[in-house]
Design a protein around this ligand. Sequence first.
Ligand SMILES: Cc1cc2nc3c(=O)[nH]c(=O)nc-3n(C[C@H](O)[C@H](O)[C@H](O)COP(=O)(O)O)c2cc1C
Length: 219
Amino acid sequence: MIPAGDTQDLPPTPEPMEFEMTKIAIVLGSTRTGRAGAGVAQWVLHQARARGDAEYTLIDLVDVDLPQIDEPVPPAAGRYAHPYTRQWAQTIAGHDGYVIVTPEYNRSFPGVLKNALDRVYAEWNNKAAGIVSYGVDGGVRAAEALRPVLGALQLADVSHEVTLDLRTDFREFGATFTPAEHQTASLATMLDQLVSWSTALATVRHGPVHAPGGVTVQR
Ligand SMILES: Cc1cc2nc3c(=O)[nH]c(=O)nc-3n(C[C@H](O)[C@H](O)[C@H](O)COP(=O)(O)O)c2cc1C
């Protein structure tokens, strides 16, 4: 026991740790002219920023404008040949977690989103993702199709998803976004899960990348 006032043998007080805010990107997975997705992504961004628990930014795949995958080596090898792939890799590397906003197209998610996901690999690994889907039945089939792809990229997909219904959360079949009241609470639940996993997974992002087929790539 140390007598009160006797501090000479105590270890020095550690310097306060630099605190970096968790960074979450909202990836808008539809690029169609007149897309309903623009309103959905803006709503997610607005609600998320009001929380003050992470840094939220919007990534619009229209602005990213990636060509169809044309890398000569599979992305898991980490040898990106094209400057636009390297730029995309840098964008993805700068975040700890992602909200994927996706419509349902023919019972799945859009090809432009698959291309963006497929194009890089290690930059997605050991991070978290949450899904906001929309469609006739809340886009649930798009969300279900997306989950195994996220798993392949070693992205931990949180369980709660926001499902927006074209008949009740929009008007004129997508032209105007008018989310039902309960959707705000639903989004908050998903973001709670996402921020906690995104923050926790930062601790495992070190060492080599274990790519598919038993290939190990040093960072
Ligand atoms: C190519 C295409 C296929 C679609 N297939 C489906 C579908 O399988 N299931 C569904 O619920 N909605 C489907 N829809 C309706 C879309 O979910 C709806 O139009 C939505 O607004 C599309 O998102 P976006 O406006 O952001 O592109 C489809 C729309 C398009 C353009």
